[in-house]
Design a protein around this ligand. Structure first.
Ligand SMILES: [Zn+2]
Ligand SMILES: [Zn+2]
Length: 153
């Protein structure tokens, strides 16, 4: 039994895997956002590319460089707001260790999602400054340990 990469507490097969297999399983922007994060964790470039609607989406080569250099630790979702039936925003931070430097970092973003013909897509995002937890707070990776005794060491 593997907990899902996105930190939902559900099993991967009951959470992001169905979305990876069938795009329409993402009924909300947050579900799509979680599945996109999980896709980064398992290097599913096809899913990342096919759920991104923008003039310029990352290439497989660009994604491969990210996969090679990133150890994903966990996802924090701060807010998920629906704007109308077909537009939503999700603010999150994806925590990771940069493999070359072994440094903890976070990609914090308020992302825009659009629903087109019933399917949710990521369009763009505004990056913000990540705020790591305090040393005694619980770790970003959902281990249940204190940050200072886990990824914050
Ligand atoms: Zn998940
Ligand atoms: Zn940790």
């Amino acid at each position: 039994m593997t907990d899902c990469y996105c930190g939902s507490g559900k099993r991967y097969i009951d959470c992001c895997q169905p979305v990876h297999q069938q795009h329409q399983q993402a009924e909300t922007a947050e579900q799509l956002m979680r599945a996109r994060y999980s896709a980064y964790c398992i290097a599913n470039d096809a899913f990342i590319i096919s759920t991104h609607k923008a003039d310029k989406v990352p290439t497989r080569e660009e994604l491969q460089t990210i996969f090679d250099n990133t150890h994903w630790l966990g996802l924090t979702i701060y807010q998920a707001n629906s704007i109308d039936a077909n537009h939503a925003q999700v603010e999150f931070c994806a925590w990771f260790k940069d493999k070359p430097s072994n440094k903890l970092d976070g990609l914090r973003e308020r992302s825009d999602f659009v629903r087109h013909e019933g399917l949710w897509y990521y369009t763009s995002g505004q990056q913000r400054t990540p705020q790591p937890p305090g040393r005694n707070d619980s770790c970003v990776c959902n281990s249940g340990k204190k940050f200072k005794k886990c990824c914050g060491r």
